[in-house]
Design a protein around this ligand. Structure first.
Ligand code: BTN
Length: 270
């Protein structure tokens, strides 16, 4: 039997782009783009201001972390990028990817989903990845900028998921599938709120973010296998996050701080 393709209504572009909805944020919806991160990086280099958001209804050559790709069928996901021009010291920018993952997790929880974060910024439902975040630094004439790209699997069917470790809001179920425009605005409000609090709040806000992130992060306390650059693997227990946002992994009687890698949550009983 051939099953009907799911109905995939477009975003309500008029509502999403209404300038007063989220002061400071300007949303543009495009039908198709190879990568919204690439598009926003170009716009940043051409002088775009902080707060620009480009959403693609169909992203055809999306970029993922660790040189992976990120592709989703048209209107089955939310794929967008937000331009930031942080004024905090560059040494604190490694917190941006964690902040973004935390903000996506918070928005999904507000929509009724039991989400959690896998270090650094994968967002999980039922221990499967429902959203990914790619933060890229871009050099522009006005100074360095950050492009925060978010991909959230919304209506994808089980057959459309790229790997068994992935899920979508529709596949995870448990909650009525939210409208994509509502979700987009919820995600942007959460990102913008977390970012402005962190950017304007000094050390106190940095400490608050570290605490909130740790509370949302399902990796801490779990046995993990970390795929490190240059084909190295680290197995141990994740014990926390350090002041630079690195994952602390205890193994063989010592602790290693990991700044980049792919984490697998290992089940304790295997
Ligand atoms: C990951 O590998 O987990 C990160 C995936 C990030 C994908 C998003 S989709 C919107 C934005 N544009 C891109 O090209 N990538 C990010």
């Amino acid at each position: 039997m051939i099953s009907e393709p799911p109905a995939r209504p477009p975003l309500d572009a008029a509502r999403a782009t209404r300038a007063t909805l989220l002061p400071g944020v300007r949303v543009e919806v495009v039908a198709e783009a190879p990568s919204t991160n690439a598009l926003v990086a170009e716009r940043a280099q051409a002088g775009a201001e902080e707060g620009l958001v480009v959403v693609a209804e169909h992203q055809t050559a999306g970029r993922g972390r660790l040189d992976r790709t990120w592709e989703t069928p048209a209107r089955s996901a939310l794929t967008f990028s937000l331009l930031l021009r942080p004024t905090v010291p560059l040494a604190t920018w490694p917190w941006l990817p964690l902040l973004a993952g935390y903000a996506v997790d918070k928005a999904l929880k507000a929509a009724g989903f039991e989400a959690s974060v896998k270090w650094p910024n994968d967002v999980l439902l039922d221990d499967r990845k429902v959203a990914g975040v790619l933060v890229e630094r871009v050099e522009t004439p006005a100074g360095p900028a950050a492009v925060v790209g978010v991909g959230l699997n919304v209506g994808m069917t089980a057959e459309e998921l790229p790997v068994p470790e992935a899920t979508s809001l529709a596949v995870a179920g448990g909650v009525d599938l939210p409208d994509r425009t509502d979700l987009l605005l919820g995600l942007l409000a959460s990102l913008w709120e977390s970012y402005t609090a962190w950017q304007e709040g000094g050390e106190l806000a940095a400490g608050r973010l570290a605490e909130s992130y740790a509370a949302a992060c399902a990796t801490i306390g779990r046995p993990v296998r970390v795929q490190l650059p240059a084909d190295r693997t680290l197995c141990g227990t994740a014990t926390g996050i350090d002041a630079s946002g690195r994952l602390l992994v205890e193994h063989d009687g010592e602790t290693t701080a990991v700044s980049a890698g792919d984490v697998v949550h290992v089940r304790a009983d295997v």
